[in-house]
Design a protein around this ligand. Structure first.
Ligand code: CUA
Length: 191
């Protein structure tokens, strides 16, 4: 008698386990189907319509004309008060090598590369971008802390990659604006 009960209950628990596993199979199957569906949708959607704000630029004429000529690189403050940093990356340096930005103000970076794929990340901030020849990379960020941050290249770009660094000086807003009133384009490269 006891034997039958034991057998019966073990049979029941097996049934419960099977049902639970079947439920999980269905849940996991639905999750996989949704993910594959999302991949197919975004793949087709992006193929037919590239993401907005793709800005192209001819890397062969960067030094000669346009936004990224040497005299236009560095930090500038627009008539509306917007802060824009323009920089280029090349094997194996950034131009300018030292960038001045204000704290607590939105700063827009615009950068591109003249040769290989480069990139940079600024210290412990979330400013992080790839610089691809032929395209302008842009993002806007706000620095919370003043002080100097390191800006290493983080895309392997050749034998000099590990020596490719820049610096970013984050100044208090009033000090930055005082500097900005003295020069149209700013950097902190020591001369
Ligand atoms: Cu430039 Cu790595």
């Amino acid at each position: 008698m006891t034997d039958t009960t034991a057998a019966g209950s073990s049979h029941d628990s097996e049934g419960v386990a099977l049902a639970a596993e079947r439920r999980w199979t269905i849940v996991v199957g639905v999750i996989i189907a949704v993910l594959i569906g999302m991949m197919i949708f975004t793949g087709l959607h992006w193929a037919s319509m590239p993401p907005s704000r793709v800005e192209k630029i001819d890397p062969r004429t960067l030094h000669v004309s346009g936004e990224f000529v040497e005299g236009n690189l560095g930090t500038s403050v627009g008539s509306d008060g917007s802060v824009v940093v323009r920089l280029i990356a090349q094997q194996y340096s950034f131009e300018p090598q030292c960038i001045v930005v204000p704290a607590e103000m939105p700063v827009t970076f615009r950068g591109t590369s003249t040769d290989a794929v480069h990139g940079f990340v600024i210290g412990t901030t979330n400013a992080n971008v790839m610089l691809i020849p032929g395209f302008v990379a842009t993002f806007t960020t706000t620095f919370r802390k003043t002080g100097e941050q390191l800006m290493p290249c983080h895309e392997y770009c050749g034998t000099g990659h590990e020596a490719m660094w820049g610096r970013v000086q984050v100044l208090p807003p009033d000090e930055f604006l005082r500097k900005a009133s003295l020069a149209e384009r700013m950097n902190c490269v020591s001369r």
